[in-house]
Design a protein around this ligand. Structure first.
Ligand SMILES: CC(=O)[C@@H](O)[C@H](O)COP(=O)(O)O
Length: 257
């Protein structure tokens, strides 16, 4: 079972809660996904014109564990402040730490991310950093106290799928014992299956489900793909070969008259 900061989690799908057509559709998607963790943006919901309090109440009523996030924060101090608000609102030390460094790509500012991770870990938070697939940054985040890493596979909201499989593969190989959750850029269930087949521990996604024609059906499709990818990883997959190998062994030679 997936273990995140000592908490066992059954489902390997973490789901975002933004951009659903309605709260009812969100609730149905959560149910059919079987997810054990929902991520909720503090800044978007409190500043986005909606009534943040009512939205947070609705999320609590779903009864699923919440991983609040600092989406929309652009500096370490803003992210730290938002994390502290999240701790008050959701009574949890978990925080998905997002510090955005570029408006167009929503690429994380990895320098501010490491700084914020160090401050928050020092204050008792259990930090889930949204990061790139860079190994040196990953090392720094672990040194800063993170025990889980959340590398992107493509920029947020692009649905582009894994853009750099080789970087993801080396991340898995370098950190065999650290829970690695692919976060952002997943567009299709097949993308989720691919990263799970590489040995990633879980997937976090939002746009591909919330923006689907039928979000609840898509949530279920993702859950199945994630389970299939995980099972395939555990079952031991064949490596691709250059030369053909007959799938039916042939004994002796056929004689044609
Ligand atoms: C909801 C959330 O936390 C997003 O910032 C996250 O990174 C998901 O990205 P996608 O919307 O691309 O799945």
């Amino acid at each position: 079972m997936l273990d995140l900061y000592g908490t066992p989690i059954e489902s390997r799908l973490l789901l975002g809660t933004a951009r659903y057509p309605s709260p009812i559709v969100l609730a149905e998607a959560v149910k059919r996904s079987g997810t054990g963790i929902l991520t909720v943006s503090l800044r978007r919901e409190t500043a986005g014109g909606r009534n943040g309090g009512a939205f947070f109440d609705m999320i609590r009523e779903l009864g699923t564990r919440v991983l609040p996030n600092t989406a929309g924060c652009h500096g370490a101090s803003e992210a730290v402040l938002t994390a502290k608000m999240a701790r008050e609102v959701f009574q949890t030390n978990w925080i998905k730490l997002e510090v955005i460094g570029n408006h167009d790509t929503l690429q994380p500012d990895v320098f501010a991310l490491v700084e914020a991770a160090r401050i928050l870990s020092g204050e008792g938070f259990e930090v889930f950093p949204y990061t790139t697939d860079d190994l040196v940054v990953a090392e720094r985040l672990l040194e800063a106290g993170c025990k889980v890493l959340m590398p992107w596979c493509a920029p947020i909201g692009t649905a582009a799928g894994p853009l750099n499989l080789s970087a993801l593969r080396s991340m898995r190989a370098h950190f065999p014992d650290i829970p690695l959750i692919v976060d952002a850029g997943i567009g299709r269930p097949s993308h989720a299956a691919i990263v799970m087949e590489l040995g990633f521990d879980a997937v976090l996604l939002n746009t591909a489900v919330a923006g689907a024609g039928d979000p609840a059906a898509m949530a279920e499709a993702f859950a199945k793909a994630i389970d299939a990818g995980r099972q395939a990883f555990g079952a031991g997959m064949l490596e691709p070969r250059d030369m053909a190998v007959p799938s039916t062994p042939v004994i002796g030679k056929a004689v044609f008259a």
